[in-house]
Design a protein around this ligand. Structure first.
Ligand SMILES: Nc1ncnc2c1ncn2[C@@H]1O[C@H](COP(=O)(O)OP(=O)(O)O)[C@@H](O)[C@H]1O
Ligand SMILES: [Mg+2]
Length: 385
């Protein structure tokens, strides 16, 4: 049961969706990346974008920070980056009187949102500190334990880390998105978008969300009813393991919360099967696995894409029958066959309308249903049935 009013629900759902669409706005083909970053922020998890240089990874992370009213830290890591550059250096005056404290002002320990570019360049000294920072939100420097306010770390890397020493760090990124270069059909848009930026410059947007908003949204996630999808999720874990895609126990445990976040983002207080689509961003460890998971989800879940292509097919058939009705003024033997198909399609559409939670799919189904009913009536009239 949800513990907030519809009004409150509506307000936060629209502000988090506004964040997502503002994030995506200047980019071409970066809708999924915007979605993954939004989900990470809603769940207070960490996200890594993996892809070749020049695919707007850094630009997306920077824009996400611009859209949030939050304390932000960003840094580009190289093999030679020293821990002090991220965590702050030793306070010399304090050290002289026997105290060991770091000056953390404007450094990672004070950040609510951070962006670390080329994260898998981290040296082992940095790596160790990062592991507890990401997991427990504390920094232990040998003398003191400092609690840190880090909410979400956004990272970017050109490749998946292969070295064993980075696997623990890699596992701490619940969300991993494999960024692809813009596909050929969008090259013109890409060129035009870049032209616009060259001409007008990049303008930092006004923040649309505060940390308080994010924290409230995060608390709403726990009120989402996930009882309907729990068992399907367990089944999906088995399917994925069968296909050689392994989630660590940490990840298996956390998926439910990302499913709930996806439901909330779509304005629902109950999670449904299509919310399991988030597995696409949590299950794969490599680009190859990401392709595999995508196919598995399409096959296993009644996803939006599948429904949309089914509706498209029904519409195409409908158009064909309409064309025939226009051509012939009276009886045509093919109409008998068509009538059967149309009636089947109508049953199917009714079932989709009953079960879908997607407003777009429902609206489109209702439009098709109206048209379908009209055509069925006309065919029946011609067949005198
Ligand atoms: N999909 C895209 N849509 C619009 N601009 C893009 C896109 N991909 C890259 N760019 C442009 O290229 C620039 C370089 O991207 P950048 O964020 O530095 O890439 P990366 O961090 O992946 O190496 C961006 O600032 C942006 O202007
Ligand atoms: Mg970059």
């Amino acid at each position: 049961m949800s513990s907030f009013s519809n009004e409150v629900l509506g307000k936060y759902v629209s502000s988090i969706n506004r964040f997502k669409s503002e994030l995506e706005k200047p980019f071409i083909g970066r809708g999924e990346e915007a979605l993954v970053i939004t989900l990470a922020l809603m769940t207070s998890e960490h996200v890594v974008l993996i892809g070749e240089p020049g695919t707007a990874k850094s630009a997306l992370a920077r824009r996400a920070a611009d859209l949030l009213r939050a304390r932000f830290f960003k840094y580009l890591l190289t093999k030679y980056t020293e821990p002090d550059e991220l965590f702050g250096s030793l306070d010399i005056l304090a050290f002289k009187v026997g105290k060991y404290v770091r000056v953390t002002k404007n450094k990672l320990p004070e950040a609510e949102i951070a962006f670390l570019d080329e994260i898998f360049n981290a040296s082992s000294a940095i790596l160790n500190t990062l592991l507890t920072l990401l997991n427990e939100r504390v920094i232990y420097d040998g003398y003191n334990e400092i609690s840190v306010p880090l909410w979400t770390l956004i990272s970017a890397s050109n490749t998946v880390p292969e070295e064993q020493e980075y696997q623990a760090l890699y596992d701490r990124f619940l969300f991993r998105q494999f960024v692809k270069p813009v596909s050929e059909d969008k090259w013109l848009q890409l060129v035009e978008a870049s032209w616009k930026i060259e001409k007008e410059g990049y303008r930092a947007p006004q923040p649309v969300l505060s940390m308080e908003d994010l924290k409230y949204i995060n608390s709403m996630i726990l009120s989402i009813d996930v009882s309907k999808v729990k068992h399907t999720l367990i089944k999906m874990y088995a399917v994925l393991e069968d296909q050689g895609i392994h989630l660590t126990d940490r990840r298996k445990g956390k998926v439910l919360k990302t499913i709930a976040a996806h439901a909330l983002l779509n304005g629902r207080t109950t999670a449904v099967e299509e919310d399991l689509a988030v597995l696409k961003y949590v299950a794969p460890s490599t680009r190859e696995e990401a392709e595999k998971v995508y196919i598995i989800l399409l096959e296993e879940l009644g996803t939006r894409e599948r429904l949309m292509s089914e509706l498209q097919e029904i519409e195409d058939n409908l158009r064909e029958v309409k064309a025939l009705l226009l051509k012939t003024k009276d009886f045509d033997p093919r109409l008998v066959e068509y009538l059967r198909g149309l009636e089947k399609a109508r049953e199917r559409i009714n079932r989709i309308i009953e079960s879908t939670t997607d407003d777009n799919i429902r609206a489109r189904s209702q439009d098709i249903l109206a048209e379908l009913t009209e055509v069925i009536d006309e065919v029946r009239r011609r067949l005198l049935v």
